[in-house]
Design a protein around this ligand. Structure first.
Ligand SMILES: [Zn+2]
Length: 121
């Protein structure tokens, strides 16, 4: 849990922003009601203000979400990083970085991505 998650002002601010976002989508989600949902989710553990703000924004603009309580159901603890990207056997960069770097240099200075684990292109 981050320090921000323990700051009641951050929770109130997140609730206000989510309430305003919902209001812009034609929903009547008073900030105190949203704040109650956020506090409950934080109290239950796992959810951070950042997670709740992200899910709150998504839910606030989702026409199928009728009540602020959907924020809690959709909030997920920060997902662990996915499987690591394969690294390039030539430059050692992750695949995305290798391809991006190669796109910036002349062809005679670039190399093809070679998966270091599989030895394939
Ligand atoms: Zn490379």
């Amino acid at each position: 849990m981050s320090a921000l998650a323990e700051d009641p002002r951050a929770v109130a601010a997140a609730a206000y922003l989510i309430s305003a976002k919902a209001s812009a989508s034609g929903k009547d989600w008073p900030a105190p009601a949203v704040e109650g949902v956020l506090r409950a989710a934080i109290g239950a553990g796992g959810a951070s203000v950042e997670d709740l703000l992200a899910s709150g924004f998504a839910v606030a603009t989702d026409p199928t979400a009728a009540a602020p309580s959907t924020i809690r159901r959709r909030a997920r603890p920060t997902a662990p990083a996915g499987p690591a990207e394969p690294r390039c056997a030539t430059c050692g960069r992750p695949e995305t970085a290798c391809r991006a770097a190669n796109a910036k240099v002349p062809t005679n200075a670039s190399h093809s991505f070679i998966n270091a684990e599989r030895g394939s292109r």
